[in-house]
Design a protein around this ligand. Sequence first.
Ligand code: AMP
Length: 206
Amino acid sequence: MSTKDKLNIIIAGPPASGKGTQCEMIVEKFGVVHISTGDALRAEVAKGSELGQQAKGFMESGGLVPDELIINIVKERLAEPDCQERGWLLDGFPRTGVQAEALEAAGIRPSHFILLDVPDDILVERCVGRRTDPETGKIYHLKYNPPPEDPEVQGRLVHRADDTEEAMQKRIGAYHENVRAIMPFYSNLHVKIDGTQEKKAIAGSI
Ligand code: AMP
């Protein structure tokens, strides 16, 4: 299979649209490399690296980190051999016209663009109950997708600092703006999926 036949997917969806869960399922089925810029940035913040320190304030307030902090990291990551060999699933990037342009300029075009669609009011409720297991990377919802009863897992669950209602409203607003900025680049590739369906049904649609 040539590089051209590889699955190179961009997935977009508002915060708490179920994007993380669908990414896990896509990786399992197609073996592509999952690159989440949100996860990568959170790892840098946790490490206390220079990038992490620069990004932290923007992230906690629900704003975007500046384009110049993130563009090169993504371009370099996509050029690595695993991405070239297995194809990739880019999650959370591009989020601005400048980021989409940077990919185009580097000759990086997806084969598919998936947009997970969920109404705003549902997103806020989902988000406030969301918890992540930092050890496995698994994402739960206290009501809709409860974590295992295991006290060890429950004890280490994290509620992200930007999963509050206030930061969430800001992130949803920013998301709509971001999608408007990047859609013109991918209008011929994009598939809209109803993200309110049950997770297996969403995976089936994808
Ligand atoms: P996410 O987990 O994708 O919601 O990302 C969490 C936070 O990381 C966002 O609210 C931004 O502050 C930052 N971030 C992630 N991806 C990007 C990006 N492509 N451009 C700018 N900031 C980003």
